[in-house]
Design a protein. Structure first.
Length: 355
């Protein structure tokens, strides 16, 4: 796809230091209709790109909403990965490859300037009143970059500014005017949450990112089910399992590919190069995930039933589905039931929820 290599490079550069978001993934968000430029006559190709982008927006927004309390309420459990962050993502029309740049411009209202594409509930950005569609003009009085490399350049600027302060002054464009907001810094788990544009029933964690495929979104069905999936991915990242299994590069390449609106699905044939996670590592991640969920306010009562049902519907014989990569279901269920009992006992005794 024309321009895709440049887009991947820009995304990777932004990923390492992106302080714009609590989970800095390639996401989109609708800008106010008033900001949208006048679109040229829509061709079938443009309409298809716009439809794809609109679906990605809705699914990514849902993932962000579900992930927010998991990231914000668990900084104490991801000490090595916790960072001072602002709690929003920002994009411009150059954040997307090929025909998707045009769809972002005319469908979402993106231009040269970065615009807020998502605000995480409970973050400093949300408390300050930052809104989806706000244009980013300056931070601490320093003009923020525009154009093709704005994401990576802004990430560098903002990363330095938020590292040692409690609030950051942000100048934004809203409507026909400008406003200055004082945005509190949020201490949170700095994992990026990404949407995987594929129908395989899976999720991936490479140490820095958690990706949930659209197939898994459909299989999980409820927000609670998706919270179980994301919490388990976050737990694998906290525990360093991808690095320990020497699979970081393999999983990272899968995430890079599936973040593309039109990924190369041939790379998912068979196992996709992934090795199955040992049951004891999955059980450790499940146990930590339950603490993450409980601290985030999610119910843990149906976790065992969720994973058992997923394994029954999509068994390990289905290649490149979740259970094929995490086959130790019985081992996991036993660990989950034990940990649920421990957490319930701590809650009853009003003890801190620390594993």
């Amino acid at each position: 796809m024309p321009g895709f290599a440049h887009w991947v490079l820009a995304t990777r550069l932004a990923a390492s230091a992106l302080a714009l978001a609590l989970s800095a993934c390639a996401t989109t968000g609708s800008a106010p209709v008033a900001n949208k430029p006048v679109a040229p006559p829509m061709t079938p190709k443009m309409l298809a790109a716009q439809e794809t982008l609109d679906k990605m927006v809705a699914q990514q927004d849902r993932l962000y909403r579900i992930a927010a309390p998991l990231l914000i309420n668990n900084a104490a459990l991801c000490k090595h990965q916790a960072r001072n962050l602002l709690g929003f993502t920002a994009k411009n029309k150059f954040s997307y490859p090929g025909e998707y740049a045009e769809a972002a411009q005319y469908g979402l209202g993106y231009g040269e300037r970065l615009q807020v594409s998502g605000v995480l509930v409970g973050s400093g950005a949300a408390r300050a009143g930052l809104r989806k569609g706000d244009g980013l003009i300056a931070a601490d009085g320093k003009n923020l970059p525009r154009g093709p490399h704005a994401e990576a350049q802004a990430a560098s600027v903002l990363g330095q500014l938020v590292s040692n302060r409690a609030t950051l002054s942000m100048t934004i464009a809203r409507g026909n005017g400008q406003q200055v907001l004082s945005v509190p810094v949020t201490r949170a788990c700095a994992f990026r949450v990404e949407l995987g544009n594929a129908d395989n029933i899976n999720s991936y964690a490479d140490g820095q990112r958690v990706m949930v495929t659209r197939g898994m979104i459909g299989a999980a069905q409820t927000d609670q089910g998706l919270a179980y999936v994301m919490a388990t991915g976050i737990a694998h990242n906290i525990l360093g399992h991808a690095a320990g299994q020497r699979s970081t590069a393999t999983i990272g390449s899968i995430i890079d590919n599936l973040a593309n609106p039109q990924p190369d699905l041939s790379l998912l044939i068979g196992s996709g190069g992934m090795r199955a996670m040992p049951p004891e590592l999955d059980a450790a991640a499940d146990a930590l995930a339950l603490y993450l969920l409980a601290r985030a306010g999610y119910s843990i009562d149906h976790a065992a039933a969720f994973w058992q049902q997923l394994a029954n519907q999509y068994p390990a014989t289905i290649l490149n589905a979740y259970t094929a990569n995490h086959p130790g279901t019985a081992y996991r269920i036993a660990a989950i039931e034990k940990t649920v009992g421990e957490i319930k006992a701590r809650q009853s005794a009003k003890l801190a929820l620390l594993p």
